[in-house]
Design a protein around this ligand. Sequence first.
Ligand SMILES: *Cc1c(COP(=O)(O)O)cnc(C)c1O
Length: 401
Amino acid sequence: MKKQIRSSQGYFGRFGGQFAPEVLMPALKEVEEAFLSFINDRKAMQEYDELLRKYVGRETPLYYASRLTDKLGGARIYLKREDLNHTGAHKINNALGQALLARYMGKTRIIAETGAGQHGVATATAAALLGLECEIYMGTIDMARQRPNVFRMNMLGTRVVPVDSGGKTLKDAVNEAYRDWSKTVRNTHYVLGSALGPHPFPSIVREFQSVIGKEARKQILQAEKRLPDEVIACVGGGSNAIGIFSSFLDDDSVKLVGVEAGGMGIKGKKHATRLTPTSYSRPGILHGSFSFVLQDKNGQILDTHSVSAGLDYSGVGPEHSWLCESKKVNYTFATDKEAVQAFTMLCECEGIIPALESSHAVAYCIKQAPQLPRDAIMIINLSGRGDKDIYSVADYLGKTI
Ligand SMILES: *Cc1c(COP(=O)(O)O)cnc(C)c1O
């Protein structure tokens, strides 16, 4: 059967769409058509699968966390170990897929935006692997905060383009990346980093991350001979979450839970919860699609706060807005404090240093697992490893490294 794009003409319910400048419309059309032939091209997909196995290190284990399970005294907890991928997170699944797509389209150059630098490093890695020219847009404030990742990208042969406009962070880097793309689309593909942006990007990113869910479903059926009761993932833009959820969306018995960054609590503005009802979150247009956005009453996009850079964004992927509104997925949040506690517990209990982003999913599990019977099964998508976060955690705990 021919693979199709999942959204209906770019819409998930009333969310999504293609709110892009006129000059980019032909480019988006070209990407959509190329993507459809790519995913239906056996040879192209075989190459992608083979690189996922031999280069990225898939499949990643589904690991039964027995000490964490015993400590919490409730549901059996499994971790989907995306932290064991090359470059340390799920982001490489998408960066590699889109870099192959770029080459498939005959493009010789890729660009991307990055906040914390994780997507920039994944994209720079894929560019080096495939011999593509690569430039990454990054706010100057983020560059200063994330110097090791800037150096990594440079070592991988990528130029990091400083963005000094606006707030000098991710939002501004995205604007510059679009500006570049509208001038260079003839030889350039824009590797968008999460399940965000104008159609067809949310569907492309979902497809390349769906490998997480496909593996997890097969692995839990093998280990437990049944489906899990809950599947939990953190939600920044929403790519690791949609990747693992995608294989369980039709199973009514499986509760899906997306965990957003509750920052310093959701009363004020120091958080990034877009799908948990607050006074600042409502549907609007940001970076090419219609989705829930944190904004003030005049529609000015709000700055967000989270201890984890990867969850610190005012918008969220349109499919999540739809899954939230149609109640197919439950969304909740964990605060900075809860995430750091979860980080510490996983380190001590399992010998795994999780990314602070992933620690939000672990934090939910710490609250929920004890409420569930001992034969219940939870899967946490451990989206990345936490070596990159040791400075933030030390800061938070008032320690110096
Ligand atoms: C970037 C990142 C996230 C957040 O992005 P999503 O698109 O929501 O998955 C989560 N975890 C890790 C480890 C990340 O690097």
